[in-house]
Unconditional design. Structure first.
Length: 113
């Protein structure tokens, strides 16, 4: 795989994570799962102002983006947060912030001359 293909793949992963995190209910779901370590859709629905069906739909988005992973336990699916996708997105955001900081520092130097 070429560097450009690697970059394109990473960009798509970051896009998926950002889209998933754009919704406040999904962010809250991640918070609740993180607090519990693992949680079922039923547990999440009991702690959130949405139906179990809505939680299941949000979990599907989070799962597709790689932010959660489910594992079957009997009749239930337990979901856990996958921090690796969050870490990758945070690294991308930190890199973007560093580029802007460098640009702003250059503008400041020019303005102070």
């Amino acid at each position: 795989m070429t560097d450009r293909a690697d970059e394109s793949g990473r960009a798509a992963e970051v896009d998926e994570v950002i889209v998933a995190l754009a919704d406040p209910t999904r962010r809250r779901i991640l918070d609740v799962i993180a607090a519990h370590g693992e949680a079922t859709a039923t547990t999440l629905a009991a702690e959130l102002p949405v139906s179990r069906q809505a939680v299941v739909k949000h979990l599907a988005v989070l799962d597709r983006s790689g932010l959660v992973q489910g594992r079957r336990q009997g009749r239930e699916v337990l979901y856990a947060v996958r921090p690796d996708r969050l870490d990758a997105t945070a690294r991308w955001m930190a890199g973007l912030a560093a580029k802007w900081e460098a640009r702003l520092a250059g503008i400041k130097r020019l303005a102070e001359r």
